[in-house]
Design a protein. Structure first.
Length: 334
């Protein structure tokens, strides 16, 4: 038995998806599910794969490249970053919460340029601002779709309370940004802790005194605006791809619903409770799209289309990784 299998959390992460899938398949009508899968519009599903999954990869790599250049003056070829972003997706896919993706992205650049600390700050800082941008999209979309969402009785008040607290939190972050100094202290605590933790995993020590200088680019409002706007653009493209996915199974929902649902899903998928979001993805599709009148069977069929799209996407990273490993083995013997 491996060391990971001996850890109690490993079995929790196995039990949760197994339990969720068992519950889901006990509640769905299997013939209706098979019928929905048989009638998937393949051209729309392929277009959804292209727009919602493949196109965002080079856009995310471009954001990575821009932040390295703007923040630290490090120029990297876009093709190199696209390749390693894709490989990072493959490496991190089966790990809970995709944790391996960040470590790989940091390690790959350090091997080629030795800028592990700057790259760690970019990868971690980028992720934080991406989550904030996703939260902002959820908050902006909710009032537009609230009237069409079906929630359990009495639950709507709780949702609006969370919504109000969310705006309060975002407003506080804007205030801290305008005050400049407090946001620097906050970033040092939040991002700096993560940067040092990843550095220790890569045997690179980062002193607390270095953190403030590393994070200085993230305290500039121009860089913050760049991350937010670029991320919003990427997410809107991905959400449109998600709309095409639902259309492929015969479900037509307004784009605003997809902006709300897909950005909310990101936070659920980050929870380290499953491998490859297995079980969690299916339950989330049924629960979130069910709020807007989508039956379990087409929602589950859409989740299977999404799974196939994700496997194809990370599979590209796997091919690139295998090609790179093969090249390493061939070159020494040449």
């Amino acid at each position: 038995m491996t060391a990971a299998a001996k850890h109690p959390l490993f079995w929790v992460r196995v039990a949760i998806p197994v339990g969720l899938l068992a519950y889901i398949f006990s509640r769905v009508d299997i013939p209706d599910l098979l019928e929905a899968l048989r009638h998937v519009d393949l051209p729309l599903a392929l277009l959804s794969l292209l727009i919602g999954y493949l196109v965002p990869v080079p856009l995310c790599a471009w954001r990575w490249r821009t932040l390295m250049r703007q923040g630290y003056g490090v120029e990297m070829p876009l093709g190199f970053l696209v390749k390693h972003f894709w490989i990072g997706m493959f490496v991190g896919y089966l790990l809970p919460g995709g944790a391996g993706t960040d470590v790989y992205r940091i390690a790959c650049l350090s091997r080629h340029r030795g800028r592990v600390k700057e790259n760690a700050a970019v990868v971690v800082g980028e992720k934080l601002f991406v989550l904030l941008a996703n939260a902002l999209l959820v908050m902006l979309a909710y009032p537009w779709i609230a009237s069409s969402a079906t929630l359990p009785e009495g639950f709507d008040r709780l949702v609006w309370l969370v919504y109000a607290l969310g705006w309060l939190g975002l407003g506080l972050l804007v205030l801290l940004t305008l005050l400049r100094r407090p946001v620097g202290d906050w970033l040092e605590r939040v991002i700096g802790h993560r940067v040092m933790a990843i550095g220790r995993r890569l045997n690179v020590q980062t002193g607390e005194g270095e953190i403030r200088s590393l994070l200085r680019p993230f305290t500039r409002w121009r860089n913050q605006a760049l991350i937010f706007l670029w991320t919003v653009g990427i997410q809107l493209i991905a959400c449109y791809g998600g709309r095409l996915m639902l259309l492929a199974v015969g479900v037509d929902l307004p784009l605003m619903v997809h902006i709300f649902v897909w950005n909310l899903m990101i936070f659920v998928f980050l929870l380290p409770i499953s491998f490859g979001t297995l079980g969690v993805r299916e339950a989330t599709f049924i629960a979130f799209f069910g709020m807007f009148g989508v039956a379990r069977e087409p929602a589950l069929a859409a989740s299977f289309v999404g799974l196939a799209s994700m496997l194809i996407t990370v599979g590209v990273g796997g091919i690139l990784w295998a090609a790179a490993e093969l090249k390493k083995r061939v070159e020494p013997s040449a």
